[in-house]
Ligand binder design. Sequence first.
Ligand code: NAD
Length: 541
Amino acid sequence: MAAAAAAAARGAWGGRRRLALGLPRRAGAPWVASAAASSSSAVPTTKLFIDGKFVESKTTEWIDIHNPATNEVVARVPKATPSEMEAAVASCKKAFWNWSETSVLSRQQIFLRYQQLIKDNLKEISKLITFEQGKTLADAEGDVFRGLQVVEHACSVTSLILGETMPSITKDMDTYTYRLPLGVCAGIAPFNFPAMIPLWMFPMAMVCGNTFLMKPSERVPGALMFLAKLFQDAGAPDGTLNIIHGQHEAVNFICDHPDIRAISFVGSNQAGEYIYERGSRNGKRVQANMGAKNHGVVMPDANKENTLNQLVGAAFGAAGQRCMALSTAILVGEAQKWLPELVERAKNLRVNAGDQPGADLGPLISPQAKERVCHLIEKGVKEGASLLLDGRNIKVKGYENGNFVGPTILANVKPNMTCYKEEIFGPVLVVLEADTLDDAIKMVNNNPYGNGTAIFTTNGATARKYSHLVDVGQVGVNVPIPVPLPMFSFTGSRASFRGDTNFYGKQGVQFYTQLKTIISQWKEEDATVTKPAVVMPTMGN
Ligand code: NAD
């Protein structure tokens, strides 16, 4: 296959399976321009990826990327210029025809090679995530791994993309459907999963035959650049994936460009609502996964040991910067007595830079994020919550400038308090109380978000009743973070989602394809009666 030959001919990177990044400098990575090469910057800069090449931006506007554990500026990312963004879309558009006409088996082969390259480089990608995003190395590996699973699932495209057939719908007439790609699609990603969320987007879209424009979070672009290089090494033809960087102008460009047919967005409600409205108004398909307030309902019959460990892990892991973090506990009846033990377990978590051995949670993404989290804790106290564990003044030895907040627990929280109404997105567990399961269900359903929830119980009937009546898109039964594997879809609902079709799984394929229906009639009486051709056919016969 031509693409494979091209991949093999791509010099040192094409031939190598693994790249050792000399962190923190990342010297030698093809998407990084060294400080010396970049006239405008004293730190390395991140390139754009346009038409199969990593290119330096000609912009005059740069955004600093900080290591959240130290707040040092470690790189810069450009705000791509309008002509660079145009070039990226033009490249996607030019590549679309060939890519969509490439056989599905050839596309599948590229993704089969890609998943292996991601596996081979998983640890290196994870180091880069920890460096730019702050999460622990183990958690960063989970970030890449959950994205890798989507790529693996994309390899089953030959089953996923099947159309439907109804023979003999009437005499001599058959109906069948094809699933066809849309054209150029685009993705806008958040900072908290630098690998997983881009991998929710472009692999599913591209295996279906679309070309793709990605805009990663301007705070953590490195993992996506690494993934793009591996994709090229796997044989992806030039122009099938393009990457631009930037903030609002880049987002507006994507929402408005007439050649972009669909937008996948993951991030906050503020940005998601805006992108959904603006993109839809311009006639695009938009799917937007947004913020959350995920409740864990603890029944008194639950397995106490498991439940407390799961609550603590799911509330404070990744410093609470997960859309599926279990940030709210509702203790039902006698389970309210477990609160002191919950606090003790949370105290035992180790806060440190993500690359330090034994770290359970790392820093928040920015000083502004830390300030916001601390402000919401303070507001909670002012509004009457009890601060049982306060992580605001934590000092991490050797990382005194990092954006650390330790595990924090606010109890006696009521639904009208700001710390309950707003997504905190930090290591803060807010605890409410309920007398009965029915009261707990009412509370969860009154909250506008519908991303995820969990119930902890040993009673199957209680679990069934909760799963059935709770109006939340993803429900865990004794599973604190119920993120579905990619053969299912990510089905957040209500204020956590805008759009009709969800990310990945069957829904993902539906989002990135359109149906064409063929109704054909071949009348039996027109069937030509021929003799078997036994002579070698010659041209012109
Ligand atoms: P964010 O909304 O600030 O940024 C996401 C993307 O949108 C970025 O690429 C950014 O450049 C762009 N953006 C930011 N503000 C914008 C604006 N006002 N207008 C247009 N574009 C804008 O989100 P974040 O802080 O990077 O990520 C955290 C949020 O993402 C949390 O709310 C979290 O719950 C949510 N999230 C949701 C899911 C999910 O699947 N539901 C998954 C991960 C994260």
